[in-house]
Design a binder for this molecule. Structure first.
Ligand code: 5GP
Length: 190
C-alpha cells in the first residue's frame, strides 16, 4: 500500500536493527484517515470471505480493527492481556511470547464472543515472529471457528513470522512489507 509505505518512510524511526517505531501515526498518536484507508484495503482483500468477526489483541490492534470493522459491519473482539475479575470465568487462553517486551504473557477471550460458525479475520499492527498471530489462531482453533486470514499493517519479512504462518497454510496479507532496516533506512519488498 503506497500511502502507508510513504508514511513509514516519512515518519517511521528505526531502533537498532529490528524495531520500527511508528508512534506518530499508528502506535501512540493515531492517524484516523490513514486507518480508514487501511480498513478499506482489508475490506477489499476479504470482501468475498463472509467475515463475521474481527479478532485482534490489545492494545494497538484495537483501533485498526475497529475502523476496518466499519467496512465489514461486524463486531471486533480483542484478546485481553491482563486477568481481571470483570472478565468472564469461561475463557479461551493462549500463551504469547512478546518480541518487543521479551517476556511471555497469557491472552484471553471470553467463550461468549467466538462461536463455531464464526469466520474470523485477525488484524494486527505488526508481524515479527508471528507469536501474537499464532496465539490468536490457537484461540480460534479452540473455539472451533474458522480463521479466514490475517491482515497485518506492517510485516517485517526479515523475521520469521510470515513464513511460519504461510507454511501452515494460513492466508496472510500485509499492507507494507519491510525487507530490511539498514542505517536507519527502511527498505521494502519490491
Ligand atoms: P510477533 O508476535 O509477530 O513476534 O510480534 C508482533 C507484535 O509485537 C505486534 O503486535 C506488535 O505490537 C509488536 N511488534 C513487533 N515488532 C514491532 C516493531 O518493529 N515495532 C512495533 N511498534 N511493534 C512491534
Amino acid at each position: 500500500m503506497k500511502l502507508l509505505e510513504e508514511r513509514i518512510i516519512k515518519d517511521g524511526r528505526v531502533e537498532g536493527t529490528d524495531i520500527l517505531k511508528v508512534d506518530s501515526f499508528l502506535n501512540h498518536q493515531i492517524d484516523v484517515e490513514l486507518f480508514n484507508e487501511i480498513g478499506k484495503e482489508f475490506k477489499r482483500l476479504y470482501a468475498d470471505k463472509g467475515i463475521t468477526k474481527i479478532l485482534t489483541i490489545e492494545a494497538s490492534g484495537i483501533g485498526i480493527a475497529c475502523i476496518a470493522a466499519q467496512y465489514f459491519n461486524v463486531p471486533v473482539v480483542f484478546a485481553k492481556k491482563t486477568e481481571s475479575r470483570n472478565l468472564d470465568q469461561e475463557t479461551y487462553e493462549s500463551e504469547v511470547y512478546s518480541f518487543t517486551k521479551q517476556k511471555s504473557y497469557i491472552i484471553r477471550v471470553s467463550k461468549r464472543y467466538i462461536q463455531e460458525n464464526d469466520k474470523i479475520l485477525v488484524i494486527d499492527d505488526f508481524l515479527a515472529n508471528g507469536k501474537a498471530a499464532l496465539g490468536l489462531k490457537d484461540i480460534i482453533d479452540q473455539a472451533g471457528a474458522t480463521l479466514e486470514g490475517i491482515g497485518i499493517v506492517i510485516e517485517k519479512t526479515f523475521q520469521k513470522g510470515g513464513q511460519l504462518l504461510r507454511q501452515d497454510g494460513i492466508r496472510v496479507d500485509s499492507l507494507a512489507r519491510v525487507k530490511a532496516m539498514e542505517n536507519g533506512q527502511v527498505i521494502f519488498e519490491n
